[in-house]
Design a protein around this ligand. Structure first.
Ligand SMILES: [Zn+2]
Length: 171
């Protein structure tokens, strides 16, 4: 093909036909609109109609949801969820408090409970030493059952407590 020569009308038509057979899009040119085939038009129509209906339906569903009051069951579920998530928790005190462990109280918790009711002991009930502070004095348990009973506790200095624990086999 020489430079500057163009395809003949016939050649162009053949090229177009070949492209269409291959499934290629026909070349679009300014000013020339290629109208879609009947099949394509049908498909477009279905797509558009389907889309329009879908949008309208969705809008109606949204409106229905917005105006609909929540059911009793739904309300109950929300209430349960709120309680579970700690929203508006009921007021707890004493034995109703979830942290209340009663007689199953731990060693540390029991000691703080004793301190709360008997104060900080400063006199050893065994040797009579007084003015003991902090780690110099401790509470010893008589029954070894760590009862939530003030009579079950003995104020002992560190050395007496050690002897006491050794005597009773408390580690
Ligand atoms: Zn002592």
């Amino acid at each position: 093909m020489k430079k500057g020569t163009f395809h003949s009308k016939e050649t162009k038509q053949k090229m177009r036909e070949t492209a269409l057979k291959k499934g290629n899009k026909p070349p679009s040119r300014k000013g020339i609109s290629i109208s879609p085939s009947e099949e394509v038009r049908k498909k477009i129509s279905i797509t558009l109609t389907g889309h329009a209906v879908s949008l309208e339906t969705r809008y109606k569903q949204r409106l229905a949801k917005l105006g609909k009051p929540i059911s009793e069951e739904h309300r109950k579920n929300i209430s349960i969820a709120n309680k579970r998530d700690g929203i508006k928790p009921p007021i707890y005190y004493g034995e109703n408090h979830p942290n209340w462990v009663g007689d199953k109280v731990g060693y540390g918790g029991l000691h703080s409970w004793i301190r709360k009711y008997l104060g900080t002991a400063d006199t050893c009930e065994h040797c009579g030493r007084s003015g003991l502070k902090g780690r110099q004095i401790d509470w010893a348990n008589k029954s070894q059952k760590y009862l939530r009973d003030l009579n079950d506790w003995l104020r002992l200095c560190k050395s007496c407590h050690r002897k006491y624990d050794l005597t009773y086999g408390i580690s």
